[in-house]
Design a protein around this ligand. Structure first.
Ligand SMILES: O=P(O)(O)OC[C@H]1O[C@@H](O)[C@H](O)[C@@H](O)[C@@H]1O
Length: 332
């Protein structure tokens, strides 16, 4: 079922579900919020279609958002899940097609349109494994998908000049009872091919960077951006003792989860679909202090970016073709 956002604030119920099983959607001029009946919530800012907040059923925030980030559309949002498209980082010198674009492209600094929401339920798993009543099952397994759109026609004219291709982007944020998925469909509506990079720049909230490791990258080749893109190979888990800025290509392929581990316990799994690379970033003390929109200064201890993307090479999209990719984050 799809609801168009013609109501500024609405409670919507899904036919066939427990009447209590309602997804609450609120849509203001700059933000869309969805809350599941089981308490999980997600909030998306239309500036960049940036996920600002993702809370579990107890109201615990899972993402990190800078206290000093701008939310007025004057600068990319620092925290949550900014979307990187069509170039990762500054444009590489050998890639004139993106040379005019700002770092990480324009998707995170463009205003997106909210296209609507759809809800779905999948009941079998809970019913058979837990023997709950059907009403409870429907409540437990409800998810809501929020769709956002950006196309070349909606870009600010000065941005369009920097990357003059006809394209469409549909970005979907799906909140489940125990997961958050972000997925993107890129379509080429031009009469010539274009190439691009894409990345979900997720800032995970953690309790202590000194006790945090990233698993699932053992033996992966990576480029170390803190050492002039030196090519290296990971051994064991990634741990943090200084600025870390690396582009990994995991050996296990996209479906093999990359995990955020705290004090030896898994906290999140990140599963990728059609995204070959994973960037791991923590700015550490000096760099964090040097970023006006990064706060508090010691906030680097409470965040780690694990960013699923396709950024080492370029995706080439022929006219009329579409590219789809996704990440799913599962708290453990
Ligand atoms: O400051 P920005 O543009 O949001 O980028 C933050 C970081 O994003 C990471 O993805 C990059 O690998 C880093 O090099 C960069 O510093």
């Amino acid at each position: 079922m799809v609801d168009r956002p013609n109501k500024p604030s609405a409670l919507s119920s899904t036919p066939g579900l427990n009447p209590q099983a309602q997804v609450s959607i609120s849509h203001g001029s700059s933000r869309v919020t969805a809350v599941l009946p089981t308490g999980q919530s997600v909030e998306v800012h239309l500036y960049g279609a940036t996920v600002l907040s993702w809370k579990d059923s107890r109201g615990q925030e899972q993402l990190w958002l800078s206290e000093t980030t701008k939310l007025d559309g004057s600068k990319a949002i620092r925290g949550g899940i900014p979307l990187v498209f069509p170039v990762f980082g500054p444009s590489p010198p050998d890639h004139p097609a993106t040379a005019q674009l700002p770092q990480h492209g324009f998707a995170r600094t463009s205003r997106w349109e909210f296209l609507g929401k759809s809800t779905s339920e999948s009941s079998e798993v809970f019913q058979s494994s837990r023997g709950q009543s059907s009403a409870e099952v429907a409540t437990a397994d409800l998810s809501v998908k929020l769709d956002f759109g950006l196309s070349s026609g909606n870009l600010e004219p000065e941005v369009r000049k920097l990357w003059p291709h006809a394209f469409g982007l549909i970005y979907s944020v799906t909140l489940g009872c125990n997961s958050l998925s972000t997925s993107l469909v890129v379509t080429n509506e031009d009469d010539k091919p274009f190439d691009f990079q894409v990345l979900f720049h997720t800032y995970f909230g953690i309790s202590d960077i000194n006790k945090t490791e990233i698993a699932g990258l053992d033996k992966a080749e990576y480029l170390d951006k803190t050492e002039g893109y030196a090519a290296k190979t990971q051994s064991a888990n990634v741990s943090f003792t200084r600025e870390t800025d690396r582009v990994y290509t995991p050996v296990g392929g996209p479906r093999e989860p990359v995990s955020i581990v705290e004090s030896g316990k898994k906290r999140f799994d990140v599963v990728r679909d059609n995204l070959g690379d994973v960037v791991v970033w923590n700015p550490w003390q000096d760099k964090a202090a040097g970023m006006a929109d990064f706060g508090p200064d010691d906030g680097y201890k409470k965040m780690v970016c694990v960013e699923a993307g396709s950024v080492r090479g370029w995706q080439v999209l022929e006219p009329g073709d579409a590219f789809e990719c996704a990440q799913t984050i599962v708290p453990q």
